[in-house]
Design a protein around this ligand. Structure first.
Ligand SMILES: CC(=O)SCCNC(=O)CCNC(=O)[C@H](O)C(C)(C)COP(=O)(O)OP(=O)(O)OC[C@H]1O[C@@H](n2cnc3c(N)ncnc32)[C@H](O)[C@@H]1OP(=O)(O)O
Ligand SMILES: O=CC(=O)O
Length: 534
């Protein structure tokens, strides 16, 4: 392996030389050359598929993979440290959060380079440094906050680490191979694998991953090829990697079995990535008229018919194939300062986790350490001493294309308050992301790239489908611009002029307008936003 053809640009991050060694860069180059031609084709295929949905206004299960759905096969057996996944905590990989996550008592920690991560070069590299320190277990992972608090890992039992790399659509602009930008996901996966896989295996664990935003089983096949190549290059036994796939696009919901099949030697399960799923439903059916127009974002829960169908089909599919079904994120975050908001969030999370456990899920996600015990409690009520409920095969579930696409039965109104919430959340989140924070508590909700995508897509959809709000106003670009002015003014009054001036509000406004108001729908808000960060 050699570094010929590899260029690294941008500023130098502390301890970058430990992460971007020549051998690590050469490894990334091998992965890139192996995967990039197919990645390019698959990204083109996404566009063709979208054009087809725009033309037909529907989707169905693939006729050409009927034999996979009918076949008798199972995914690989779970390694010991991924058998009990009743509570998984997600979060960014900055140093403090890494330590807090490892001390959280969760069974799994999703170390996130995706929806809760703003991929500045600093965070891409320092996240890897933190994970190397965490894995080495030599006490190096400490942090002293500016407020004088010392952090170190003290928990006797630490969560199993599962890394979520960026999706296939995002490039990493600071590394090129043969003049072409490398996929951000390959950087996140490759560096973690290169530096930690061997040590993890030696300690009885392994390199484990969550795979985001896939749109087809062919994209899962590409990840599988990458795993095979990576294991081969480093002499790690084939079948060591484990991957849990987020089913968070409407097209992937029609290919759950095929996705597990492609990854069967490395598959661990599927996760119901509910927020991106809602985004994907709006995105794909955005010009199909009222049958696909969703009401206010915060009124669409997991019990509306099309979300229920997807979530039950996921459990059925997983357990038929011996794979884990992992629930999604209840976006209510606790507040240590506001007891009323805290109580409300706790009650909502109890309800959400109880429903998932009752439906047959093997575990679920929480976004905050104060929610770990709630999730554990609700799952333990159902699981008891069993580590999971793979035995609950849910043969009663009957979900077809009609149920998955039944958006029209979603109850709820489209309101002025809903529009204001979408606009304000969109602006606040993008401002936060551009400032280097990829997850934020806004109006007592966890907001990240996925939830912000729903907000801006909903605004786009309402404009393009001639929607009138509850007060009779039609949603137009002019109305949205006026709401942006007013919401920015409110934010300025709340945070104060000085703080506001230091923020990136004009950039946030420009990005929001480009992804919510432009006629040409932008595929991901992080694409134009990435141009504005270093
Ligand atoms: C759609 C999806 O993809 S969901 C998955 C992606 N999204 C996420 O993972 C969101 C993760 N959650 C978070 O980032 C945070 O909880 C936020 C931004 C929502 C709220 O964070 P804060 O405003 O810091 O919350 P709060 O002040 O209550 O935090 C209390 C403590 O818990 C810690 N904490 C909060 N969330 C987390 C987390 N997810 N992981 C680790 N530690 C956390 C904070 O660092 C803080 O620590 P400290 O007391 O040592 O300073
Ligand atoms: O990534 C998870 C989601 O809910 O979206």
């Amino acid at each position: 392996m050699s570094t010929t053809g590899v260029e690294v640009s941008g500023y130098t991050v502390e301890r970058q030389e430990e992460v971007l060694t020549d051998d690590a860069l050469a490894f990334l180059a091998e992965l890139h050359r192996h995967a990039q031609p197919t990645r390019r084709q698959l990204l083109e295929r996404r566009k063709e598929r979208r054009a087809e949905i725009a033309r037909t206004g529907t989707l169905d299960f693939l006729p050409e993979t009927q034999d996979v759905r009918d076949g008798d096969w199972k995914v690989a057996e779970a390694p010991a440290d991924l058998r009990d996944r009743r509570v998984e905590m997600t979060g960014p990989t900055d140093r403090k959060m890494t330590i807090n996550a490892l001390n959280s008592g969760a069974k799994v920690w999703l170390a996130d380079f995706e929806d809760s991560h703003a991929p500045t070069w600093e965070l891409v590299i320092s996240g890897q440094v933190n994970l190397i320190d965490a894995q080495s277990g030599d006490g190096k992972l400490t942090y002293d906050s500016p407020e004088g608090k010392h952090y170190e890992v003290t928990a006797d039992e630490q969560p199993t680490v599962v890394l979520r790399p960026r999706g296939w659509h995002l490039d990493e602009k600071h590394i090129t191979v043969d003049g072409e930008k490398i996929a951000g996901g390959l950087v996140d996966f490759g560096l973690y694998f290169f530096h930690n896989a061997r040590g993890l295996v030696d300690r009885g664990s392994g390199p484990y991953f969550y795979l985001p935003k896939m749109e087809s089983h062919l994209e899962a096949r590409l990840w599988n090829d990458v795993f095979v190549k990576a294991q081969d290059l480093l002499g790690i036994p084939q079948g060591t990697v484990r991957a849990t796939v987020l089913i968070e696009t409407i097209t992937a919901a029609f290919e759950m079995e095929e996705i597990l099949y492609e990854l069967r030697d490395h598959a661990s399960g599927l996760n119901a990535g509910r927020w991106d799923y809602l985004f994907s439903v709006i995105k794909n059916f955005r010009e199909q008229g009222r049958d696909f127009v969703l009401p206010d974002r915060n009124s669409v829960g997991m019990t509306v018919p099309f979300m229920r169908a997807y979530s039950e089909l996921l459990v059925r599919t997983c357990h038929k194939r011996g794979a884990f079904a992992i629930g999604g994120m209840a976006a209510f975050i606790p507040s240590r300062k506001d007891p009323e908001a805290n109580e409300k969030a706790m009650a909502k999370v109890h309800e959400d986790k109880a429903r998932e456990a009752g439906d047959g899920y093997d575990g679920s996600w929480v976004a905050h350490p104060d929610l770990v015990e709630i999730c554990r409690e609700e799952f333990t009520k159902v699981l008891g001493d069993r580590p999971n409920q793979l035995d609950r095969t849910r043969e009663d579930v009957r979900v077809g294309a009609a149920e998955l696409l039944d958006v029209r039965s979603t109850p709820g109104d489209i309101t002025e308050a809903g529009l204001r919430n979408d606009v304000s959340v969109g602006l606040q989140y993008i401002q936060s992301w551009l400032s280097g924070t990829g997850a934020a508590g806004i109006f007592n909700m966890m907001e990240d790239a996925a939830t912000a995508e729903i907000s801006r897509s909903q605004v786009w959809q309402w404009i393009h489908n001639d929607i009138a709000l509850d007060d009779g106003q039609k949603v137009t670009p002019d109305l949205v611009r006026r709401v942006i002015d007013e919401e920015l003014q409110k934010i300025k009054e709340t945070v104060g002029e000085d703080v506001f001036e230091k923020g990136r509000w004009q950039d946030a406004r420009d990005v929001f307008e480009s992804v919510a108001l432009a006629d040409d729908y932008v595929e991901f808000l992080t694409l134009p936003a990435y141009e504005l960060i270093d």
